[in-house]
Design a protein around this ligand. Structure first.
Ligand code: PMP
Length: 463
């Protein structure tokens, strides 16, 4: 290999991949005998691999990202034009697309006011964590440094975000972690039997009350923030039950705890509103977002906060320690906001929030019909085009389905030309949920093709 190979020589691409690429999140042993998959091209809802095989992408680029679909010329053009004009300048100065996107974004987020650009979801979350710590030092004499996070939630791959990681299989081998992160119980109705003392009725309020108990146990003067996903993604596609969010908001207010909502997956349309939290009428202090912000056309993430939080960092300008001493080099790339402006315009002009709601309803209906037919589906849940179907070995005990068989369903769909996903929670309790998050442009035919593939796969794998 001399590094000069022709990109059209796909067998060389595969060879170089096998020799040099360390892929994310997967075991590489199978590549000793099987070819790694190379995704070569995408258009609309579909992608093509190195063998020229067409796939309907039911997971928006694998991880809930390409919300407006592949091959959008207007985004590519906006990015090209911006890069030719100015590719980069550190965000200590402003930029034209940075200002335009911030104004568009804040317009969709009543109550929020300031946008901090970064380049990954993990990083955006860390910015909010750092602000909470700095506020503790500025306002509370170094107390209120604790950050609460929830079982089954995920906030990123860095050490601080893993310290707030509620998925043990992703964190088990990477400790020790940062101090002062405290876990609260999950709010998953379907698995409430796994929580000591969970009631049959009003589980949502009970689950939120557990947060209050933990705040009281830790000491309200030590707890600075609560970080939650609006709908939990990788932890099993979990929407909080009735009553949960209202209690969460009351508790945060009562104990002066800042509410940080991680919209890295839900952000920018995925649930049918611009942001997931807007489904539940809550008022966060921090909102972080990444994947759908520019649908993967450029790397961009944002930490958004209120004017009230922002103001704390410009008081006492004479004090050199008063402001936010933080930078993200690539938060100054202009390609991100240029792509994000066009991405948001597309969602608006093509009425994709409504399409997301309509197609989400259709898909939920299809999945519910599959649940009638296949007893391995224990639960179907989600919001908008962000849905999951949990597979169980036994409906009565809710014993989770063996991960290998869940993967066999995913592989069967892949063989049929439909890419779906699965959460693979192996410890402490398994929770193997098929995941669906097609682009917001999905048509009724696309939705039916996805659920038909799942129907066929379940039939073959489970007989
Ligand atoms: N928060 C949530 C809810 C996520 O799903 C993810 C990524 N899967 C992250 C944060 C981290 O984002 P990134 O991979 O861009 O760091």
């Amino acid at each position: 290999m001399d590094g000069t190979f022709n990109e059209n020589d796909l067998s060389r691409v595969v060879e170089a991949d096998r020799a040099h690429i360390w892929h994310h999140l997967i075991q590489h042993k199978p590549f000793e005998t099987n070819d790694p998959r190379i995704i070569v091209e995408g258009k609309g809802m579909r992608v093509w691999d190195q063998k020229g095989k067409e796939h309907l992408d039911a997971v928006s680029g694998g991880v809930w990202t390409v919300n407006v679909g592949y091959g959008r010329e207007s985004i590519c053009k906006a990015v090209y034009d911006q890069l030719m004009k100015l590719c980069y300048f550190a965000n200590t100065a402003g930029s034209i697309p940075g200002s335009i996107f911030a104004e568009m974004l804040i317009d969709k987020m009543p109550g929020m006011s300031r946008v901090y650009y970064t380049n990954s979801g993990s990083e955006a979350n860390e910015k909010a964590f750092k602000l909470v710590r700095q506020i503790a030092h500025k306002r509370y004499g170094g107390k209120k440094t604790k950050i609460l996070y929830r079982d089954r939630d995920y906030h990123g791959s860095t050490l601080a975000t893993m310290s707030a990681g509620g998925q043990d299989e992703r964190t088990a081998q990477y400790g020790p972690f940062a101090p002062d992160f405290v876990r609260v119980p999950h709010c998953m109705e379907y698995r409430k039997h796994e929580l000591d003392g969970a009631p049959e009725e009003n589980f949502g309020v009970w689950a939120a009350d557990q947060i209050e108990e933990i705040i009281l146990r830790e000491g309200p003067d030590t707890v600075g923030a609560l970080c939650l996903e609006p709908v939990t993604a990788g932890g099993g596609v979990i929407e909080a039950p009735e009553g949960y969010w209202q209690r969460v908001q009351e508790i945060c207010k009562k104990y002066d705890v800042l509410l940080h909502i991680d919209e890295v997956v839900c952000g920018v349309g995925r649930t049918g509103t611009w942001f997931g939290y807007q489904q539940y009428g809550i008022k966060p202090d921090f909102v972080t977002m990444a994947k759908g912000v520019a649908s993967g056309y450029a790397a961009i993430a944002c930490m958004v906060t209120t004017e009230e939080v922002f103001d704390m960092f410009k008081d006492d300008a004479a004090d050199p320690m008063s402001y936010f001493r933080d930078i993200s080099t690539f938060g100054g790339c202009t390609a991100g906001p240029a792509a994000a402006v066009e991405n948001m315009r597309i969602i608006q002009d093509e009425n994709l929030l409504q399409n997301c709601t309509d197609m989400g309803d259709r898909m939920l209906g299809n999945l519910q019909a599959l649940m009638e037919k296949h007893k391995v589906i224990g639960d179907v849940r989600g919001k908008g085009l962000f849905l999951g179907a949990e597979l169980v070995a036994d409906r009565a005990t809710k014993e989770p389905m063996d991960e290998k068989r869940v993967q066999a369903v995913v592989a069967d769909c892949m063989a049929q030309g439909v890419i779906i996903g699965a959460t693979n929670r192996s410890i402490p309790s398994r929770n193997n949920t098929l995941c669906f998050s097609p682009a917001l442009i999905a048509t009724a035919d696309d939705i039916d093709q996805i659920t038909d593939a799942v129907d066929g796969a379940l039939g073959r794998v489970f007989g």
